[in-house]
Structures are given as C-alpha cells and as structure tokens.
Design a protein around this ligand. Structure first.
Ligand code: ADP
Length: 280
C-alpha cells in the first residue's frame, strides 16, 4: 500500500486519529494502538504519545518525526504523520506482532532459516539507512518489530541522527541513557557514531537472535564489558550456532571500524546462508 503521499503531505488532524489500547511504554510517554483515517482508507497505527506536554519530549518527538519522514523502506517502520492535538503524537504504521526480542523468547523452536530471514531483513533496512547517511544508534532486537512472523521492521528512531556529509561521523555530546552493551568501543570512548558503529550493534543483534533474546554479557558492569572487549574477548558463540553466522558477528566486532563489513557487503552473505538453510 502506498501511504507515502499521505505521509509526505500535511500533519494529521486530531479527528483522524482514533486511539485504542496501550502497546508499550516509550521514554516520554505511552505507545498506543489505534486507527488513522486517511483520504481514502483507514489504516491500523501505533501512536507515540507524550505525557504532560513535556517540552523536552516534544522536541525529541519532532526530531524523530523529521528524521522518519525522510525514510521510505519496507523494513523500516514508516511514519504516517504528526498530530498536534492536546498533546503531540507521532503516528506510525503498526507492527502488530511487536518486538522481535519478545518473539524470540517465546519461540525457542524457531528454525535457523527463520532466524536468518530476520537477520537478512534487518540488514536490508540497515543498508538503506547506511546509504542515506542515517545512523540508528539503538539497533537491538527490542527495536525490531514484527508485522508478521516473516516480516520485520526496524523501529525506534529516537536516538537516530543524520551524519553531516562534511563529517564522517556523528559526534554525540555526552553519554546519555546509552545501550552500552550494543555500542562499539569508539562510541563509548570518543562518542563517535557512524554506520560502522551500527554494524557493531548489528553483530550484537545477530547474537541476540541466535540466543533467543538473551541478555548480552550476562550481568557484567559497563567497565567490565569495556575491559573484556579491549582485551580481545567477544560474546561467546551461541549454542548450536553455525560457524559462518558466528564469523559474521565476529567481523562486526572488529576493534578497528575500517575492518568491519558494511551492511551492503553482509547482505549477499546472509542471503546465501538463508537459501542454504531454507532447503536443508
Ligand atoms: P522509546 O524509544 O520511547 O522507548 P519505542 O519506539 O521503543 O519507544 O516504543 C516502545 C514500545 O512501543 C515498543 O517496545 C513496542 O512494544 C511498542 N511500539 C512502538 N512502535 C510500534 C509500532 N510501530 N507497532 C507496534 N508496536 C510499537
């Protein structure tokens, strides 16, 4: 379906957005399920709402909306619009089955081809971001949502930034509430983010997929994790994980970011593995 023209046009009127139940909690408010009446159709939506009109939250939601508006890819949650009612709302397409992390935790019987299918779709969406100079900065299975059991979309652009074409990376002002276990060393030490730091997070996401949503690095503290990585250690190979998949993870965790593959380079490798696992 082409919701694009509606997306690109005006903001939504409050009457167009009907809220139903709660889907989850976000940093600045709740995410609710609902429907949105567009020109010639009604679509199911997820709506990020803001609690008590917090101005800082408003700024963050607008920033997220501005970035999402520029993106258009099948494996990335599309924004439908922004609605300025009593409080600000970010209206997005609904991914009915929710976070991949929860799905993995409940489906320990999942076949490897199905796991690789998820990896391939995430890689496809990330390749699009990489080509558009957008860094996601929060790639993890909790931020991959399922539309169906076989269709994943990358979500949560709350931390995402455009990388200025004049510079090679986004320089964050300071550590905030950062997902340390998914971050490359250069992010933690120098606050430098680019697609190669998303590649590191992608490696951790692959590890989570093969570990059925387990928490990376057990209960290690942030400093312990850094020391662990600096001494050359990496997350262990998940149980029953194919060596070729683990090798992709290890390549994503090269200390030197120039040695990590790009998403574009990983796609054919994952595609090949997917086809092989699918027939065997
Ligand atoms: P925050 O960045 O503020 O933590 P998220 O974007 O991660 O907020 O959303 C919080 C939760 O809301 C998610 O974990 C998910 O359960 C639900 N959610 C968010 N967006 C959607 C969507 N498009 N479709 C379905 N559920 C969603």
């Amino acid at each position: 379906i082409d919701i694009r023209e509606d997306v690109m046009s005006n903001d939504l009127q409050p009457e167009q957005v009907i809220l139903e139940g709660k889907l989850g909690s976000g940093q600045f408010g709740e995410v609710k399920k609902g429907v949105c009446h567009l020109v010639n159709k009604t679509v199911p939506v997820a709506v990020k709402t803001l609690k008590n009109n917090d101005p800082a939250g408003e700024k963050e939601i607008l920033r997220e909306a501005t970035l999402m508006k520029r993106l258009d890819h099948q494996h990335i949650v599309r924004m439908i619009g922004v609605c300025k009612g009593e409080s600000l709302m970010l209206v997005m397409e609904l991914a009915e089955l929710g976070p991949l992390k929860k799905y993995l935790e409940k489906h320990l019987e999942m076949k490897v081809w199905h796991q690789v299918e998820m990896m391939l779709q995430i890689c496809d969406g990330m390749q699009y971001l990489e080509s558009r100079d957008v860094v996601h900065r929060d790639l993890a299975t909790r931020n991959v949502l399922l539309v169906t059991e076989h269709f994943a979309k990358i979500s949560d652009f709350g931390m995402s930034r455009m990388v200025d074409s004049n510079s090679e990376y986004y320089h964050a002002h300071g550590p905030g509430r950062w997902p340390l276990m998914w971050y490359a060393p250069e992010c933690l030490y120098y606050h430098k983010f680019d697609s190669k730091s998303d590649v590191w997070s992608f490696g951790v996401t692959l590890w989570e997929i093969m570990s059925f949503g387990a928490r990376p690095y057990d209960r290690k503290r942030p400093q312990e994790i850094l020391n662990f990585i600096e001494s050359g250690n990496r997350l262990r190979k998940p149980k029953n994980c194919d060596d070729r998949l683990y090798n992709i993870m290890l390549s994503c965790w090269a200390l030197e970011k120039g040695k990590r593959p790009t998403f574009r380079e990983m796609k054919p490798t994952l595609d090949h593995l997917y086809k092989e696992f699918k027939i065997t």
